[in-house]
Design a binder for this molecule. Structure first.
Ligand code: PEP
Length: 254
């Protein structure tokens, strides 16, 4: 299965931005201009705004996703949100293991694995983020870092669970910095991720997986990045907070 047969997913990550009224206003703007998308279009909003956001995109081609999900169904986990709760709002996608969660909130490959499995058990597609930091890239250990994150993050997955998973390659040095990986750098790692998935699962299983690039993707560089053979979409932070720019990225996926 080649690129044209995989699902292209353009996902925005709003991080900790927009209150309820701002969420509705920006989504109204987005739904009025993003109309004939050729790909899946997703906006992952802060958990507290999920219900507002779901309401605002009703009848449009935009779906709402979450930015995290706990591994337990319920219990004494103050501040956390379960897959069952997300499911009750119709949420079908959740970002898991974003580098900001790993850096500021102690997320590890083990918790990424547990959170992802909880998503999958509840019909939610985890968007599992992996990526090296600047020091690791400079030491030339990018592939080792990715291998560890993929092997541990996807431990115990069945082939069917892999098929319902998205991998986002997000070099940490490119997130929110304005420094984008070149299309060749991004393609090299995305191709390596697909090779690894082929070795861990099976080559055919790997061919079906959507692999996104994320890290300062914007209206100007999206087309080139999205044209690479192993890049099936984008995870977009800053540019997903601007309706016109985000629409240009969605259009670039055509
Ligand atoms: C992100 O938050 O996943 C991201 C890629 O952010 P930015 O596009 O702003 O670099």
């Amino acid at each position: 299965m080649d690129k044209q047969n995989r699902q292209v997913v353009i996902a925005g990550n709003w991080k900790m931005n927009k209150n309820a009224a701002e969420t509705t206003a920006l989504l109204n703007e987005m739904t009025s201009i993003i109309k004939d998308a050729d790909c899946k279009v997703l906006l992952c909003v802060p958990a507290i705004n999920i219900s507002t956001a779901v309401e605002a995109v009703k009848g449009s081609c935009i779906e709402i996703g979450a930015q995290n999900c706990h591994w337990a169904t319920n219990g004494a986990f103050t501040g956390e949100i379960s897959a069952d709760m997300l499911k009750s709002f119709g949420i079908k996608y959740a970002i898991i293991g974003h580098s900001e969660r790993r850096q500021y909130f102690g997320e590890t490959d083990k918790t990424v694995n547990m959170r992802s499995l909880a998503c999958l058990e509840n019909g939610i597609t985890p968007i599992i983020c992996v990526g090296e930091n600047l020091e690791e890239r400079e030491k030339d250990i990018t592939k080792d870092v990715i291998k560890t994150q993929i092997e541990a993050g996807l431990a115990g997955f069945t082939s069917e669970q892999l098929h319902n998973t998205i991998i986002a390659y997000e070099p940490v040095w490119a997130i929110g910095t304005g420094k984008t990986a070149t299309a060749e750098q991004a393609e090299e790692v995305c191709a390596y991720i697909r090779q690894l998935l082929g070795e861990i699962f099976c080559p055919n299983c790997a061919k079906k997986v959507t692999i996104q690039y994320g890290g300062s993707m914007n209206a100007s560089n999206a087309k080139e990045l999205l044209s690479m053979p192993n890049i099936d979409g984008g995870l977009i932070g800053g540019a997903s907070l601007k309706a016109v720019d985000f629409n240009t990225i969605v259009e670039s996926a055509k």
